[in-house]
Design a protein around this ligand. Structure first.
Ligand code: G4P
Length: 188
């Protein structure tokens, strides 16, 4: 999507270790009109597929997922990385290893918010190694719900996320696809 590519070129910063810093418009400060435009495009891409819920993983996926859910006119479910003490209901859980951040966490979802009749669209900010999305897919399967696809704002094509998902037959839509981040330059 041209709008997102232009914003990345203007404000994205390439850090060591092939990390693209997007703190100024996605992660730390959020550009609301941009998130709304991206959410609307995401919803248009997946329209007509019988989606009953949008799902994201806290925290950076929430902003685009809110607008995707708004335009699809369905609820948004946010997977927790830390199970709240207030979660007194039964939960689905799965462990996710984040290679980028070198940590692991238990992805948690209250069973009340996903049932076997749900058809789910996963929305996240980055697709890198695909570990977070794969964890979300595991939770969807545990709940006997079905998956409509995975939509991300930024795909790092030089990492194995897409391959990991597509090899399971999952439809992946990325709004900006980054081929490389060599010498501080961003190549789409
Ligand atoms: P995955 O997201 O595809 O599963 O890959 P990985 O496990 O390696 O990513 C771990 C975290 O690092 C994810 O955020 C992901 O969004 C983030 N990440 C990966 N590459 C980049 C990058 O180039 N730039 C930025 N800014 N983030 C990147 P998370 O742990 O889910 O954290 P949160 O920010 O959503 O809270």
């Amino acid at each position: 999507m041209k709008l997102l590519e232009e914003k990345i070129l203007k404000e994205g910063i390439v850090l060591a270790g092939d990390i693209l810093k997007v703190d100024g418009f996605i992660n730390h400060q959020i550009d609301i009109p941009l998130m709304e435009a991206l959410g609307r495009d995401m919803a248009e891409h997946f329209q007509g597929r019988g989606i009953t819920k949008v799902m994201t993983i806290e925290s950076s996926g929430i902003a685009p997922a809110v607008f995707t859910a708004k335009y699809l006119e369905v609820p948004l479910v946010v997977l927790k990385k830390q199970a709240s003490k207030n979660l007194k209901t039964k939960v689905w859980q799965t462990e996710v290893v984040s290679y980028t951040k070198d940590i692991s966490y238990d992805l948690t979802l209250a069973r009340d918010y996903l049932t076997d009749g749900d058809h789910v669209l996963i929305v996240d900010d980055f697709l890198a190694n695909g570990e977070a999305a794969t964890g979300a897919v595991r939770l969807i399967r545990k709940a006997h719900a079905t998956l409509a696809g995975v939509g991300v704002l930024i795909e790092k094509c030089f990492q194995p996320g897409r391959e990991k998902l597509e090899s399971q037959g999952i439809h992946v839509y990325a709004q900006a696809r980054i081929r490389g981040l060599e010498n501080g330059e961003i190549h789409f």
